[in-house]
Design a binder for this molecule. Sequence first.
Ligand code: IPE
Ligand code: IPE
Ligand code: MG
Length: 260
Amino acid sequence: MPAASPSAQSLSPGPVLPVHVAIIMDGNGRWAKQRGLPRIEGHRRGVETVRAITHAMRELGIRYLTLYAFSVENWNRPPDEVRALMGLLEYFLKRETRNLVKDRVRLLAIGRTQELPAVVRTQLEAAIQATAKFTDHTLVLALNYGARTEVVDAARAYAAAVAAGREKLNDGSWATFSRYLYTADIPDPDLIIRTSGETRVSNFLLLQGAYAEFIFSPVLWPDFTKTEFAAACAEFGRRERRYGLTSEQLKPVRAAAATK
Ligand code: IPE
Ligand code: IPE
Ligand code: MG
């Protein structure tokens, strides 16, 4: 990994870093409305925040960053807004691929990406291919993503594998089934942040987030900064994740981890 830059030191989140941070980027529309601008202006500004937070991921040493960019439910928005969002996505992928390569960030996508417009798919596949060899940092875009859709897709693929004799039905453990989720090769999110003051999950990583810590920020996504991102990571470091155990049970586990 490259040596920490001065700005990385100033963003230092503390000792316990989340490996995987996932963000529900919310509030673009309200940001625009507050300024008397069309909603798409909020989405445009939101793209700039995506760039800034992707940089912060590298500076802080976060290995995985998942961004909820478009849900399966978002197709039901006014057609003009959906068109504009798809245009922005295409523009982002076209413009950002070079920077991702320069910064050695791998791009992945989760969701029914096969249902995205062909021009977006082409850019997405090109960006994924161009960054496939990088291993230190991964940016995951949730595109046409819905957790319930993901479970249905995984159950179908799992059933097909059982029918074809590639899986045994009796071996239906979580470890086996989770390999059929879109996130098969991605660790579970440790921290899920939602901006804009809403305190709901909106069909995002329902299974993978089973033991994630949640932070709800009142800041609208276009105004969300590296500093707020670092503060959320620091807050994560102060949380005790008990996984069903008691605090006392965890003491020896923590002590052993500290001596490693
Ligand atoms: C998030 O901002 C972006 C997408 C869901 C695509 P919104 O567009 O949901 O913004 P609000 O919630 O209306 O303010
Ligand atoms: C969730 O935000 C989806 C994304 C951030 C892409 P929404 O704005 O669509 O969610 P709801 O409608 O407030 O639940
Ligand atoms: Mg919203």
